[in-house]
Each structure stands twice: as structure tokens, then as C-alpha cells.
Design a protein around this ligand. Structure first.
Ligand code: G6P
Length: 487
């Protein structure tokens, strides 16, 4: 049956594992996008989530037809998938939007890049085709993230009757970075996005980067125009000149708005008080032995700035030796994107630096850093409950839900040390200790101030942070976008 509400995202709500006996088991997918969307979609009866098969086990699940109701996995050719996901989405678009390039060496846009871009086009076409096939007349479609930047434009050509939204979970690149792309590729990217009726970003800053920095005037085939009434509007008037014989294509308006995703406080607190988490908390308490804790939880992700966080902790122990033997840094970095060598090397550097800090300051009674490089959500929730200080210092981040989750779950109140580069900074800065993510010394001082903060102030700030963090929970985040799409 055709669906009235459809979501498309690279990652689905679950992924499969295949054991030696050939038995498939399903588990929850990872990352902020999945946690937000899974909860929200549960409240939309009949909704369909279209995602890619990410692994051989997922492909096997597609072949056996075991997908869960409400989920359609696309079995995209593994080579095409690898080139689109690893080669373009995670190595080019992610790097542009997070400003991660080491510019003397990268990016290099050569023939190999063109080959991969073609795969990215094919991958987006597969999603557009599946959406066109599954959507009811006039249905609302919400396409997610940088993996699927071309799909809105492709889908509009296939099904002009649909209401198409696109939400970006990352930052949007500043024009200095976006302009690194070859002109024709940048044009395709922006054209793809402008195929949507509405574009959503986590913050005004990312929305502004899109509308102001995309250089619509310079893009071949896209001409920016202005509101007929001359009034400024939240979005972009545009037309694709190449579309018509007269050279004047259809003039369309794409609205651009921020929808700052928050967390569902009740659900998160319930999850954090399951017996499994209580057990992990008891184990962590035994490990930490009553010392103060600085907690961080991230994917092993370059943009999360884990190395400078460790350097700041080292500087704290050097400049404020009174904390030696009185604090433990719990750093959980669960594996991510390990197909990319730069991510494997980064993960290794995190382990090495943590080991060096332990060797420099540790003794038989005290291990300064406890690093956990595994996917253990229950342990992370236990660490949230225990945290005295939360360190969230990404160089650049679309939102960062960990910054919102920790204050909600924290038991005794927790001081949030928060980077100005996180999208969450916009909503949480008043009650966080904010830091320039590159300034290791300032981060060390913020950690010192956080550890020294009186309990009453800490508790007050945490309460206000929790209120701000739950302002737009996932279900409301989704319905407000769907309602806007239907108007
Ligand atoms: C970010 C992206 C998501 C992605 C998640 C995990 O939050 O915005 O789209 O799912 O990272 O990354 P992965 O590559 O493992 O899906």
C-alpha cells in the first residue's frame, strides 16, 4: 500500500548481523539521526522508512525478505554503495560541512573523484526511484542528510505531486569550503537540495550558510531570483534556466528553516534506569572509586575533537596538580566509519594519547583516563548518570545530542563544558561553560572551573540545561516539519 509519510535515510532504524549458522539478528542502528527519527516515526502510523542495506547481513535480510514492517532496505550494488558512502558522503561532503580538510593535501578532485561522484548519483537515484514508487499521491517525504542531497531534485522530476522536505543533520559548509567543489558538482548538489519544498537545519547558522553561501548566482543552470513582493523571506527563490526553451525555467521557492532537534526526557530517563544500566553503573562506580568524573561519549569521529579533549585533560593535570588522584576521565568512543583509514588512524591516536597520559600521571592506585572503544549504549547511559563534568568539544557539529542527553540523565547535576562549534551551543550556552574547541588551555581551565563549581550552582544549571535540551523532542521535531510541508 502506498504511504502518506515517508522518510529516506542512508541508515535504517536497525541493522542485521549474520552468525556462523546463517541466522540473522536485528539490532538498533547508531548515531543521532537514528535515535531521533526512530522515536518520532513510531508515532506516525503507516509511515515508511527507506534506507540502504549497509552490510552483507543487511543484504541477506533483503534477499530473505525479513525486513521489519515500515522499513524498506535498498540492496544497492556494494561497489556503488562503497563509492557513494565512503568515497563521497563521508570523505568529501562530511569533510566540507565540518571543515575537516588538511588543505595542503586535500581535497583532490580528479578522475577518481568523478567516478565516485557518479556512484553517488546512482545511489541517490535508487532512493528517488524507491520513494517515487512507494509514495501515495501528494504524500509528504522527508529526506535525511548529506548522503541524499541529490534525491530531492531527482524525486521532484519523477513525482511533482509530492511534498518534499530535506533535513541536514550536519552543519552546512561555509562558502569558502563549498566553493572548493568543482562548479558543476556544486551546482548539482545545490540543485538537488533545492528540489525540496522545505529545507531544515539544526540551527540558524547552518540555514544561513546554505541560503547565503551557496553562491546561487554563479551556478550553471540555477539563477537566484527574489520574492515577487520584494520582502525578505526565509528561503531561496530560484529557477533552473536550462529547464525551458525560453531560458526561463519554473520559478520556485524553497523555504529554509531551523528545527533544533532535542531529546525526549521521559523516554531517555526510562532507558537510563533499566536494570542493565543499573548494573553498568555499579561496575563503573567500583572502577572509579568515588573520584570525580569527566565524561565524554562520541563516535570515533574526527570532528568530535577527542584528541584536543585529552590534551586539555593532560594540561589540567599539569597546571592544576591538585586534581591528580581525585578525578577520572571516562572517554567512550564507539567505533565509527572504520572503513576509512583516516578514522582508524584517529582511533589509534586516541588510544595512544590516553595511554601516554596514564603512563605519565597514573600509579598503582589511580588510572587517570579510562578509554572504552566499543559500542555499549548501556555503559554510556551509566556514565551519563555518574558524570560530574561532561566534555563536549567538537570542532564543528550539526547539533550534538550527547550535550543534551547528559544533563537530562545526570543524577547529581553535571557541568557541561561545551564547544562553540556545536549546534547545541545556540540553545545551551547560557548554562554551559563554553570553549573555543581549538583552545586547549581554555578547555583545561574550563574543566578546572567545572570540577570546582559548587554543587548548588551545578544542580541549578543542570536543571535549566535539561529544560532547554527537551524543548523540541523528536516526535514534535518531526511533526512540525510534516505539518509545515503539508501547508
Ligand atoms: C551523523 C550523521 C548521520 C549518521 C551518523 C552516524 O550523525 O548526520 O547521518 O547516521 O552520523 O554515522 P554513520 O556513518 O555510522 O551512519
Amino acid at each position: 500500500m502506498a504511504s502518506q509519510v515517508l522518510v529516506a535515510a542512508n541508515r535504517g532504524p536497525l541493522s542485521y548481523a549474520l552468525d556462523a549458522a546463517g541466522t540473522l539478528s536485528a539490532r538498533r542502528g547508531g548515531g543521532g539521526l537514528v535515535s531521533g527519527l526512530s522515536a518520532a516515526l513510531a508515532e506516525q502510523p503507516g509511515a515508511l522508512w527507506i534506507c540502504a542495506a549497509l552490510s552483507d547481513a543487511d543484504r541477506e535480510a533483503v534477499r530473505r525478505g525479513v525486513a521489519e514492517p515500515g522499513v524498506r532496505m535498498l540492496d544497492i550494488d556494494p561497489e556503488v554503495y562503497d563509492a557513494a558512502y565512503n568515497g563521497i558522503a563521508n570523505s568529501v561532503l562530511w569533510f566540507l560541512h565540518h571543515h575537516l580538510y588538511d588543505v595542503p593535501r586535500e581535497p583532490v578532485f580528479d578522475a577518481e573523484f568523478r567516478r565516485r561522484w557518479q556512484a553517488y548519483v546512482t545511489y541517490n537515484e535508487a532512493f528517488a526511484a524507491a520513494l517515487a514508487q512507494e509514495a501515495a499521491e501528494g504524500a509528504a517525504v522527508l529526506i535525511q542528510d548529506y548522503h541524499l542531497a541529490l534525491a530531492p531534485g531527482m524525486l521532484r522530476e519523477l513525482r511533482p505531486d509530492l511534498r518534499i522536505g530535506h533535513f541536514t543533520h550536519t552543519p552546512w559548509a561555509s562558502s569558502e569550503f563549498l566553493d572548493m567543489l568543482p562548479d558543476d558538482i556544486r551546482s548539482q548538489l545545490v540543485w538537488g537540495m533545492l528540489g525540496a519544498d522545505r529545507l531544515g537545519f539544526h540551527t540558524w547558522e547552518w540555514a544561513f550558510n546554505f541560503t547565503s553561501g551557496a553562491n546561487f548566482d554563479n551556478l550553471s543552470g540555477i539563477a537566484q531570483s527574489y520574492s515577487p513582493t520584494g520582502t525578505p523571506e526565509r528561503g531561496v527563490w530560484h529557477r533552473r534556466a536550462a529547464d525551458t526553451k525560453t531560458g526561463l525555467g519554473e520559478r520556485r521557492f524553497t523555504e529554509v528553516n531551523p528545527y533544533p532537534l532535542g531529546v525526549d526526557g521521559d523516554e531517555l530517563r526510562a532507558l537510563a534506569h533499566r536494570p542493565e544500566v543499573d548494573d553498568k553503573l555499579a561496575a563503573l562506580r567500583a572502577e572509579v572509586g568515588g573520584l570525580k568524573t569527566i565524561v565524554r561519549v562520541d563516535r570515533t569521529e574526527l570532528s568530535k575533537n577527542i584528541l584536543r579533549g585529552l590534551l586539555a585533560y593532560r594540561e589540567l593535570l599539569t597546571v592544576h596538580p591538585e586534581w591528580r588522584g581525585r578525578v577520572v576521565h571516562l572517554a567512550s568512543a564507539y567505533p565509527s566509519r572504520q572503513d576509512l583509514s583516516v578514522y582508524r588512524e584517529y582511533t589509534e591516536s586516541v588510544r595512544e594519547l590516553a595511554a601516554a597520559i596514564n603512563a605519565e600521571f597514573g600509579n598503582g592506585d589511580w588510572q587517570p583516563v579510562l578509554v572504552s572503544v566499543e559500542d555499549d549504549f548501556a555503559r554510556s547511559l551509566a556514565a551519563y548518570r555518574l558524570a560530574d563534568v561532561a566534555l563536549v568539544n567538537p570542532v564543528r557539529d550539526g547539533m550534538n545530542l550527547v550535550a543534551k542527553e547528559i544533563p537530562v540523565v545526570s543524577e547529581a547535576g553535571c557541568v557541561l563544558v561545551l564547544s562553540t562549534g556545536a549546534g547545541a551551543y545556540q540553545e545551551l550556552r547560557a548554562d554551559a561553560l563554553t570553549v573555543n574547541p581549538y583552545d586547549v588551555t581554555a578547555t583545561a581551565e574550563a574543566l578546572h572551573a567545572a570540577l570546582s563549581m559548587p554543587a548548588a550552582e551545578r544542580a541549578d544549571r543542570t536543571k535549566r540545561l535539561a529544560v532547554a535540551a527537551t524543548a523540541l523532542p523528536p516526535a514534535q521535531w518531526l511533526t512540525s516539519q510534516l505539518n509545515a510541508l503539508r501547508t
